[in-house]
Write a new protein. Structure first.
Length: 235
């Protein structure tokens, strides 16, 4: 049921504005408003308003204590690295990239992508979807570097597949592949932290860092490419 409800929320909040609204800023605002509103409504209806069980709480006691801050080095580093790697791959391969984001100014990117999208998408995928699948948490999957619960894996896959909506914007195949790999990897990191801490806050932080890493990676690669070749990427 959770997947079915999530698909309906996605269709309404993500796809519908792309089909009927042309202005990129208005479309993003409409998408974000619908997504967060429908996610909260779904938690109220199907989760009976038990928001804490859907991650609306502080991280589990002790997970971010001073003695354990070192545990956050790798998640933070990996989120930034995955984002930077995705941007570098886009520039190296000459991929078109996300045409919607390209229409935004830097302040708009910070507000709509880094802050709003990171928070709202986590409420949707790691909050409603992963939270509603919590009864299946005893089942886990062994990945290359760590084991992850089935709800976390499903939320990561769903999050990545959400970005197939970029096909409506006419992105090229390379952009789509890189975006899918980036969002799936970032989704795994966020979902793992959500399961480990029982809170959405670390997942939102990981998501933001992934987006920030993508921006910083793009800037860094552009500078390095210009110094080494005297040309901007794609020039």
């Amino acid at each position: 049921m959770a997947l079915g409800v999530a698909l309906i929320i996605f269709a309404i909040a993500i796809i519908l504005p792309k089909l009927i609204i042309s202005n990129p800023v208005s479309r993003i605002l409409t998408t974000q408003a619908l997504e967060v509103g429908l996610s909260i409504l779904a938690i109220l209806i199907f989760g009976k308003g038990r928001f804490r069980e859907y991650g609306f709480c502080r991280p589990t006691l002790g997970t971010i204590s001073g003695s354990k801050l070192s545990q956050w080095f790798w998640p933070v580093f990996l989120a930034l690295f995955v984002g930077a790697l995705a941007s570098g791959a886009m520039l190296i391969t000459g991929a078109v990239g996300n045409p919607v984001v390209k229409q935004l100014s830097l302040p708009q990117i910070i507000l709509f992508v880094w802050v709003f999208s990171s928070t709202i998408e986590e409420i949707f995928t790691r909050g409603f979807l992963q939270g509603h699948l919590a009864p299946f948490s005893t089942t886990s999957v062994n990945l290359i570097f760590f084991r992850i619960s089935l709800p976390a894996l499903i939320s990561a896959l769903f999050f990545a597949c959400m970005h197939f909506s970029l096909l409506f914007a006419g992105v090229d195949l390379v952009t789509m592949i890189i975006t899918w790999l980036f969002t799936f990897s970032l989704g795994l990191l966020a979902a793992h932290q959500r399961a480990r801490t029982e809170s959405l806050l670390p997942a939102i932080g990981i998501h933001m860092l992934g987006n920030i890493g993508g921006f910083l990676g793009g800037v860094l690669f552009t500078i390095i490419n210009f110094i080494s070749s005297g040309k901007l990427p794609g020039a």
